[in-house]
Ligand binder design. Structure first.
Ligand code: PEP
Ligand code: MG
Length: 836
């Protein structure tokens, strides 16, 4: 609605109409009825529309017809409902025939109204209408609905009316009243709910209803309808990008029922409207200073714009468009950085087909959404949702509809037989960053037998298929996938982000390989190196077990003596990979029994010890520094290995590594006081390497008593995984898939607190720790829980004034961007891109 109003003001050709706002929808949802005064206001605006168009609603001679379209503040393609040609009835259809001199067109418009109205307002199954249309086409022996005559369509109108018991609602004002309610209701249909959840859109925004004079793309060969983008939504490249269907109306393009022609085809068919469209696309992009997604209709040669909005785009396209628009002088670097959606960048870090792999391409469709995926074929969304929880599946459909949304979310990739680049499957997959190949016409499906055929090959449900959404390739069987590289546009935007952000970004990395990858992604150090992973190595585990099984301290020390050089070489590798950058090494955290086999599988001699070590709540048991205090020889060995490694690397590289030794699960100042003493004592026995000694802050008590703990710490690193677990009393291992899933589905909680920081709870504890800790000394502060790579949580850490966030290597680029955006929004310079 806002887009239509703005376009009207720009002088772009837009049909006349009015918008019922989202306020009305919210009032309707709250009161379960349209708010008082709305109907009178609608009447008033309808009268204005009649004056403006010179047509009257329900006029048997020259009826005003309107479209009744949903439209939310955030684009939710195809999720809500729309009705076209509203205002037609048994007499008005004759008026339409007379004024247009086109009986076929009038009948086609009427049958479409009954079909859409029946489905949306009266809940008649859409498939019944489709089936009647398919049957009639078969009876007439024609392939397309455009081949049906006026008489055929009249017959279809009669068939459709039978589904209404013979009489379709005839009063146009009544049609409108009910249609408005139905569009409001569609805000809460299941697919819209699923879509909102998947995209983090609030449930209480509501939809507007746009009531707009109909313009007709189905008036013959000088009419048509289409969708276009001002830049390629897959790559971001400039150029002509869109699709067009001659003699068709509204939803035909998006629904993927007929495969449309490329926009270029419009140049020959409708040259004047085409030129005007190009000019309008350019103006709209300049006006909005962002890539636009435009719907248009041509009625007997005249162009009308029906919608414009910031285009949904792949991450790669978003980056290219942002860089090029900056080069073109359309936007600033800050705006370019602000409008990239960090969580979408994940897409670029998705697998591609291994360029070295050999495979046969079984079929090629449209490269609708990039990325590659292998998985087992499933033929319907319910199966995809169900099997997708356990294994990788590819959803294979004739075409997708908004009702398939849950299956699309669960699938690794989507393959459709019909539909173009702007079909539902393509648009939704791009938004989700899922690979999609659309319009793969070489494929045919037998949904009863649950098989797919490509040429001579028949595939069953469960057979493995690979799709490459970047090239449109479909391959039978699995193909090796590789992680992609950060391309030039990505690099450029990240460098701009680096100039803007204040937060440093480190990585959680346990091996030299991870450390190297993290550096390539721009990590400025390691914020968490979990040493337990080194204990699990094949050559280490038996020694670790020997240490645990030892009867006394002397036995433990003997085993630890053998672990020492192994640990030392691990640390050397990591220090070398991170030369010049800080590395935080955390001493052993998990309870010891994790290193022993399960009781049932354990050899006899281990069983007694396992029983001793078993705990009812191991996460709240003997782990972290509690272990280190009880068995100081373990931490002594680790500290010795760290400082020896640092000295060896200093020797070789000529430059000392920046070492930070971190103690886990501290809750009491006294714990850290003792551990610091241990650390200092061992290190000074060894050499003169410099290091910082600090602690994880991952217990509520540690936050509250951060002042006392700070006395013994050089730095704090928030372990928000454990802090969330302990502050909320939600088991990290038991919540997801159980009650937490229920909570999220039922809206008890809006977000998963293990993914997005619970700002008002856990976040407040962090705030207390920051204030109390920094009141004692100038502490270095960071976060190394999973939240350190989640954009919203990164913004919160910026606000808190932390020095750095640390996250898994693959999320480092996201965190760099999110940190820049946090800095920008602090400056007040950022704006949320409508398409972001
Ligand atoms: C944490 O608790 O947030 C943390 C980083 O430590 P771990 O996940 O290893 O318990
Ligand atoms: Mg922890």
């Amino acid at each position: 609605g806002a887009g239509l109003a703005e376009m009207t003001q720009l002088g772009v050709p837009v049909p006349a109409g009015f918008t019922i706002t989202t306020d009305a929808c919210r009032a309707y949802m709250a009161e379960r009825d349209v708010p008082a005064g709305l109907e009178a206001e609608i009447d008033e605006h309808l009268a204005a529309l009649e004056r403006r168009t010179g047509k009257r609603f329900g006029d048997p001679e020259d009826p005003l017809l309107v479209s009744v379209r949903s439209g939310a503040a955030v684009s939710m393609p195809g999720m809500m409902d729309t009705i076209l040609n509203l205002g037609l009835n048994d007499v008005a259809v004759d008026g339409l025939t007379r004024t247009t001199g086109n009986p076929r067109f009038a009948s086609d418009s009427y049958r479409r109204l009954i079909q859409m109205y029946g489905e949306v307002v009266d809940g008649i199954e859409g498939q019944r209408f489709e089936q009647a249309l398919t049957d009639l086409k078969a009876k007439r022996g024609v392939a397309h609905d455009t081949d049906l005559s006026a008489n055929d369509l009249d017959e279809l109108v009669e068939t459709f009316k039978q589904m209404y018991g013979g009489r379709f609602p005839q009063d146009p004002r009544d049609q409108l009243r009910r249609a408005v309610r139905a569009v409001f209701d569609s805000w809460d249909n299941p697919r819209a709910q699923v879509y909102r959840r998947a995209h983090g859109i609030a449930d209480d925004l509501g939809t507007a209803v746009n009531v707009v004079q109909m313009v007709f793309g189905n008036k013959g060969d000088t009419s048509g309808t289409g969708v276009c983008f001002t830049r390629d939504p897959s790559t971001g490249e400039q150029g002509l990008y869109g699709e067009f269907l001659v003699n068709a109306q509204g939803e035909d393009v998006v629904a993927g029922i007929r495969t449309p022609e490329p926009l270029q085809a419009m140049q020959q068919r409708l040259p004047e409207a085409f030129q005007q469209l190009l000019e309008t696309m350019r103006r709209l992009e300049e006006h909005y200073r962002d890539m636009q997604d435009i719907e248009f209709t041509v009625e007997e040669g005249s162009l009308y714009l029906l919608q414009t909005r910031a285009a949904k785009r792949t991450a790669a396209a978003g980056l290219k468009a942002a860089v090029e628009m900056t080069d073109e002088g359309l936007i600033s670097r800050e705006e370019a950085v602000a409008r990239i959606d960090p969580s979408q960048l994940d897409q670029l870090l998705h697998p591609m087909l291994d360029p070295g792999a050999t495979y046969d391409v079984a079929a090629t469709g449209l490269n609708a959404s990039p990325g590659a995926a292998s998985g087992k074929i499933v033929f319907d969304a319910d199966t995809a949702a169900e099997r997708g929880e356990r294994e990788d599946v590819i959803l294979v459909r004739w075409e997708t509809t908004p009702d398939d949304i849950h299956g699309m979310i669960a699938a690794k990739g989507i393959l459709t037989v019909h539909g173009g680049m702007t079909s539902h499957a393509a648009v939704v997959a791009r938004g989700m960053g899922k690979p999609c190949v659309a319009g793969c016409e070489a494929l045919s499906l037998d949904l009863n037998a649950r098989t797919a055929r490509i040429g001579e090959t028949t595939l069953k449900e469960g057979d493995v298929l690979t799709i490459d959404g970047g090239t449109g390739r479909v391959i039978v069987g699995a193909v090796e996938l590789v992680p992609p590289q950060i391309n030039e546009d990505f690099q450029t935007v990240l460098e701009w982000a680096d100039d803007i952000r204040r937060l440093n970004v480190r990585a959680n990395a346990d091996t030299p390989d991870d450390a190297k990858r993290a550096r390539e992604f721009g990590a400025q150090g390691i914020g968490l190196c979990r040493t337990e992973h080194m204990f699990f190595g094949e050559d280490r585990l038996p020694v670790v077990q020997e240490m645990i099984m030892a009867r006394d301290e002397a036995g433990r020390r003997a085993a630890l003596e053998r672990l020492l050089p192994m640990q030392q070489s691990d640390f050397e590798g990591i220090f070398e990979a991170m030369a010049g950058l800080p590395v935080t090494i955390r001493l052993l955290d998990p309870p010891l029994h994790e290193f022993l086999p399960p009781l049932e599988q354990a050899p006899d001699e281990m069983r007694e010890r396992i029983k001793q070590l078993q705990e009812s709540n191991p996460m709240l048991g003997t782990r972290g520094c509690r272990l280190g205090l009880q068995y100081p020889e373990i931490y002594e060995m680790q500290v010795r290995a760290i400082v020896r490694a640092a000295a060896a690397v200093r020797e070789r590289a000529g430059e000392p590594p920046l070492v930070e030794i971190m103690h886990p699960l501290v809750g009491f100042a006294e714990e850290l006081r003792r551990l610091r003493e241990l650390t200092v004592a061992v290190a000074s026995e060894e050499n003169d390497v410099e290091y910082l000694c600090g602690t994880m802050i991952e217990l509520p008590r540690a936050c509250i008593r951060a002042d006392e703990i700070a006395e013994h710490a050089d730095f704090f690193s928030f372990g928000t995984n454990d802090l969330t677990q302990t502050a909320l009393g939600f088991s990290r291992d038991d919540a997801e898939g159980k009650f937490l899933t229920y909570y999220l589905e039922e809206g008890v909680l809006e977000r998963n607190p293990f993914e997005t920081l619970d700002e008002s709870g856990v976040g407040d504890l962090m705030r207390i720790a920051v204030e109390r800790g920094r009141a004692v000394k100038d502490l270095k502060l960071g976060i190394c829980g999973e939240h350190g790579g989640e954009p919203k949580s990164v913004a919160f850490c910026h606000e808190l004034g932390l020095d750095y966030v640390s996250c898994s290597p693959f999320r480092v680029p996201l965190a760099r961007l999110a940190a820049a955006q946090a800095a920008l929004s602090e400056r007040g310079a950022a704006y949320v891109a409508a398409g972001g």
